[in-house]
Design a protein around this ligand. Sequence first.
Ligand code: AMP
Length: 466
Amino acid sequence: MTQFTDLGLAKPLLKALTDEGYTTPTPIQAQAIPGVMAGRDLLGIAQTGTGKTAAFALPILHRLAENRKQAPKRSCRVLVLSPTRELATQIGESFKSYGKHIGVSVAVVFGGVKYGAQMKALAPGIDVLVATPGRLLDHLQEKTITLEGVETFVLDEADQMLDMGFIVPIRRIVKQLPRQQRQNLFFSATMPTEIEKLTVEILNPNPLKVSVTPAATTVERINQRVLFVEQQRKRALLAELFDDPSFKRVIVFTRTKRGADRVAKGLEQVGIDAAAIHGDKSQGQRERALAEFKAGKVRALVATDIAARGIDIDAVSHVVQFELPNVPEAYVHRIGRTARAGADGSAVAFCADDERNLLKDIEKVTRQRIPSFDRRNDRQLGAATAALPEVAGKPERPAQPHRGEHKPQRNRNHSAPKAGHRNEGGPARGGEQPARAGFKGPRRGRGGGGGSQHASSGRTGVWSNR
Ligand code: AMP
């Protein structure tokens, strides 16, 4: 089997990999690293959990180490676009840890926080910039960042970018990239037509194509079951699941932000520590919730799909889907939050009668029959539901039956934000334009996120290892 030492990576990178305890490349790493090191473009069909971040970060760092030079002022040598702040932060951290013996400079830039520190980090020129599209566009329009120094461009989770309405911002960003001898690495878990078009626009001809299908292997490793249950009894069923002490660290998925809040409150009411994360929470709140969950202070993290994207938390014992997702692929993404890095995991999905079509679609896409148990008309559950205290706020809306072909649905978990409110650091409404409503330019230092931030980010939405 190929080892990292067989790939010709620079010594400081091998040392960092040893520090991480990684010896064997994952399939996407083994297939992508040599070609990317040689300067080829890459089209990677892969989702999180496959090791795709290291598949691009390692050869990029190798090339940076081989050719040390200063990036132009206010610019970067490597630009990575990520759909969410959480994923951007994780990618930045990966570059930092794999590149720690090389001494590369890394900065992460996303929306919802002040501009000043981001501008300062970029001012002298930086090796690697990881950014969300909306905030990067703001900087480009204000000329506080330029892309003239970009030698390598990475677009991560392109299909998620499409779902979040980032395609127009991405095209605008790409227009500003230098054309000559630019290396492009393009990653997407799925290939809808719009994304295929984008690959042609961005990639040089004949890119290296690597497709890994963790969906099937991940699915196989996860112990899955579906529980049929009445919508109004799901809360009691969830509480019942938590009676089992093996439900130690559980991610609960809901379809909407309001739903996430309600489920978290409902759990708290029955004595189960829970935190909710979604796009309406401030960056500080999200990071606090994640930190508490990681530290084992809360047993349940209740999340919407987009908020949970890219979150890499080890030892998630169970994933519970309070509602089934409208898009079958999201089912695979959700259950992939457990069984990380080779571990086994369990996934439980609640299915109300009006969600049966969604379940059918999921079974079709994942080519499996998920074991199911019928808890409808269950007396015990009925009594438990009657005994539950009310949760303030309106109850969840019923499922929207989904039929036929999968169409990406934009901003599913995010109603159009209010003017001036930024959603995941990205477009404001309908996903067609970057958020500009009320925008007065970075120099005015608009704030927003608030709360405590990532340890290295302060309140700034940027960290750099300079
Ligand atoms: P990613 O798909 O980039 O989100 O990576 C998924 C997880 O796998 C992360 O926790 C990585 O740190 C971990 N990982 C990446 N490459 C390897 C490797 N070669 N061996 C073991 N774990 C890895």
